[in-house]
Design a protein around this ligand. Structure first.
Ligand SMILES: C[S@@+](CC[C@H](N)C(=O)[O-])C[C@H]1O[C@@H](n2cnc3c(N)ncnc32)[C@H](O)[C@@H]1O
Ligand SMILES: [Mg+2]
Length: 264
């Protein structure tokens, strides 16, 4: 009786071990929906309860503990390490980040807008490459995320190059001229909720915030995906669009960035 109970326990433990150390990580690395469900719904909630903190707070703590203050590259590398080895987070990440870097360097914008700040990872990534005098305006409607992003931006030492505005893109885009005297943006990074990409570029067009040659770079066009936005920029005569194939941040799931030039 005791022996069969012990055998049952050992068998159960072995199944759990195989599931947790091999099957789940493998499935989560390669399957889009499993990856998002696992990282966003299951692990994040469990860790929030267990640690009585939020994912952005845990990410901020890692930066404060491990990154060199005033060194944006160290902040970026620390976040990437944390997200690969401790806890996934929805930053653009290192792999797609390299594509983002090359587009920012190529455009060398005088005016830049980011939609969706989260913890400020991509904000720091973009701002560190901006020419002197350029300010990046970044919009975030979640006050808890914005509070963490402010501290990460401050920690990286780039606060003078970044203006974080709290609020919804749909409300703030029409106020860009009034708030910042912006006539047009040279570069826009779209990385907020995916159903807002299309309405917000139409709003940017309507508010005449795009000029001939403005560059839009959109993240996550495959995973979670922005089919209506892709259909628009790929078929509209007002845009010339190109896909950069990559992977969803910190996984092997296909994702990519869409770079679109506004033709006027
Ligand atoms: C994927 S995360 C941004 C990640 C960030 N760009 C990075 O790579 O580090 C999306 C963020 O957009 C914010 N967001 C979503 N829709 C928004 C909107 N309409 N206006 C402002 N912020 C929005 C969310 O709260 C979330 O923090
Ligand atoms: Mg993204």
């Amino acid at each position: 009786m005791l022996l069969s109970f012990l055998a049952l326990c050992c068998g159960g433990a072995a199944v759990l071990y195989v599931l947790y150390s091999w099957l789940i990580p493998a499935a989560v690395q390669y399957n889009a929906w499993l990856a998002l469900l696992w990282h966003d719904a299951i692990v994040e909630r469990a860790l929030n309860i267990l640690t009585r903190s939020t994912r952005p707070q845990r990410l901020l703590r890692a930066v404060q503990k491990k990154a060199i203050k005033g060194d944006p590259q160290s902040v970026i590398s620390t976040i990437d390490y944390f997200c690969r080895h401790s806890e996934w987070a929805m930053n653009v990440g290192d792999e797609k980040g390299a594509i983002l870097d090359s587009v920012v360097c190529e455009v060398s914008p005088s005016t830049a807008l980011e939609l969706g700040t989260y913890c400020g990872y991509s904000t720091v990534r973009i701002a560190r490459l901006l020419p002197p005098g350029t300010k990046l305006i970044t919009l975030e409607f979640n006050p808890d995320y914005a509070a963490v992003a402010r501290q990460i931006i401050e920690y990286s030492g780039l606060q003078d190059k970044i203006c974080l505005v709290e609020g919804a893109s749909g409300d703030l885009i029409p106020k860009m001229q009034e708030l910042f005297g912006i006539k047009t943006f040279d570069f826009v990074f779209l990385d907020h909720w995916k159903d807002r990409y299309l309405p917000d570029i139409k709003l940017l067009e309507e508010c005449q915030l795009l000029r001939k040659g403005s560059i839009l770079l959109a993240d996550n066009v495959i995973c979670p995906g922005t089919p209506d936005y892709l259909e628009y920029v790929r078929n509209s005569p007002r845009y010339e669009s190109k896909y950069f194939k990559s992977h969803l941040e910190y996984t092997k799931v296909e994702d990519g960035l869409e770079k679109s030039v506004f033709l006027g």
